[in-house]
Ligand binder design. Sequence first.
Ligand code: GLU
Length: 322
Amino acid sequence: MRRRLLFLAVGVLLAVAWPVAAQQRVFLSLATGGTAGVYFPLGAALAELWSGRVPNVQVTAQTSGASVANIRLLQRGDVAIAMVQNDITYYAFNGIEMFMDRIANQPAPVATLRGMAMLYPETIQVVTLRSKNINSIAELRGRRIAVGAPGSGTEVNARQILRMFELGYYNTRPDFLNFAEAADQVKDGVVDAAFITAGHPTAAVQDIAASRDLKLLPVPREVVEQLRVQWPYYTAVTIPANTYRGQTEAVDTVAVMAMLVTRQDVDEALVYSLTRTMWENVDRLRAAHARGRDVTTATARRGMPITMHAGALRFYREFGIR
Ligand code: GLU
């Protein structure tokens, strides 16, 4: 009898203790961008949502140099999830452009990257002040330009777009500034223009418009066509009039897509829960930033440039999301 009781007690203890041990808290980092962009506020909302709704998971949104830097953080295992531009994700997965090994002169793919979701369009905004009397990107020759933080997707976009106007870092004066620094230096007239790749309206651009007469320089449609020949992830978009204070006319430019990227070795069940929780509470993202409205299941898989993570794929299949 005693013995049986003992077995029972041990059995009960095991049944209770095992799941507790298996459910140790998991701490994850989500790499975003600078504080004056859109990745950070949306990423912070996402981290809060995940921490609150996925059992035993604590997610922290961290600031970073954005897209290219975020790929490196994922690659090194410093973060499990990151917000990244689709063009940069594609280059990384295939080992092209800045992910070429220049010394060996061969692709250095980051093959462990896996997609979770496509998010919202990020507009390439070329911002100057009216008082600078600059009317086109071509007129930026010899000028001081904020081209994005080191390791940002913005910086890659700036380089590619400048190239269409026969401009580059050899005939302009580039400054590698994050959005907040760029906004300050545009306001002070230190830099003549700034490239900002982020969902509009972007806090950094709103900040300039609040105290100065800003001007957005267009990327004309014929240039978009040329750009797309080499880099097909660019799509034509128009920034509507009055997106920013004092911006009375609509401006043509290009956009890329923001997406959520993880790594192949991140647990399948965990990615499933994160993906499911995000889509079941997507209204929270809508409250965090205007572009949250573009984050929908209808476009979650559209144009995904890399292999989907197995956990995310299971969610999309179960819920009939194509
Ligand atoms: N897309 C930008 C980049 O990778 C960051 C945008 C943001 O911070 O909202 O450079």
